[in-house]
Design a protein around this ligand. Structure first.
Ligand SMILES: CC(C)(COP(=O)(O)OP(=O)(O)OC[C@H]1O[C@@H](n2cnc3c(N)ncnc32)[C@H](O)[C@@H]1OP(=O)(O)O)[C@@H](O)C(=O)NCCC(=O)NCCS
Length: 215
């Protein structure tokens, strides 16, 4: 039962990260309704993500999940909001009875560092280059590899994208990251499509970054 990280955010909202060590049969035995996925490892990731939904809320109604045109899975009557992410051998899910949610996990990689200009505005690159020395003073993990911070900022924006759920988000224009608070493990964000001031929460694990929004 390798739950890797679990967080009861409040009475109505729970988050979990699962380290996948089980076989497909284990998950299939626990997840009655799921999408057919051709690639075996992606299928395992998909099943683990779905498995987490009922792990977090035992009465989560798998049979009511629908897939929007944007490919976002959802429950039509909104009795639960949820979001799923998978990467490597990890799956993450956040489920809430009351708030819209978005979650993302990423394994830090140089690829994200190389495409920074595509998802970070000039202002954001300046802000975070300036904040990095101070942030690294309080959390040296942000410096342990050159690409932890870019991966975190990418993951933060992916979590906002999933929280919004309606697609067509320009990461540089619509998802404006303002400040990182290393003590609270939080990033301030202005999402200009809905003029929402969001707090993106994050955790840094060894070789895994987690970001989520519940608002
Ligand atoms: C949809 C997207 C967020 C998935 O992210 P990913 O890193 O490839 O994969 P993840 O494992 O983190 O997430 C996959 C899960 O997200 C969920 N998902 C898929 N589309 C979604 C959407 N439009 N909104 C919310 N959630 C979505 C699904 O639950 C999916 O898992 P499942 O099919 O097993 O249920 C991503 O492919 C994407 O489109 N990002 C936006 C990219 C972009 O617009 N960039 C522009 C600036 S560079």
């Amino acid at each position: 039962m390798p739950i890797f990280y679990q967080h009861q955010i409040n009475d109505n909202t729970r988050l979990g990260v699962w380290k996948i060590e089980e076989t497909e049969e284990f998950f299939k035995g626990n997840v009655p309704h799921h999408r057919d996925v051709t690639h075996p490892h992606k299928r395992l990731q998909h099943l683990a993500g779905r498995f987490l939904l009922q792990y977090l809320f035992p009465y989560f109604p798998y049979e009511l999940i629908e897939i929007a045109d944007t490919r976002k899975p959802f429950i039509p009557d909104e009795r639960f909001h949820f979001s799923i992410s998978h990467c490597g051998d990890y799956a993450a899910a956040i489920v809430s009875k009351t708030s819209r949610v978005g979650v993302d996990i990423e394994i830090p990689s140089e690829k994200v560092l190389k495409i920074q200009d595509k998802y970070l505005s000039k202002e954001e690159r300046e802000i975070f280059n300036n904040q990095l020395p101070a942030a690294a003073n309080t959390d040296s993990r942000l410096l342990t590899s050159g690409y932890s911070l870019p991966t975190l900022l990418w993951s933060a924006k992916e979590a906002v994208f999933k929280w919004y759920g309606a697609g067509e988000v320009d990461f540089r224009k619509h998802t404006q990251l303002k400040q990182i608070h290393t003590g609270e493990e939080m990033i301030d964000c202005l999402f200009t499509k809905t003029q929402s001031e969001l707090q993106i929460n994050y955790r840094l694990f060894d070789k895994l970054v987690l970001a989520w929004v519940a608002s």
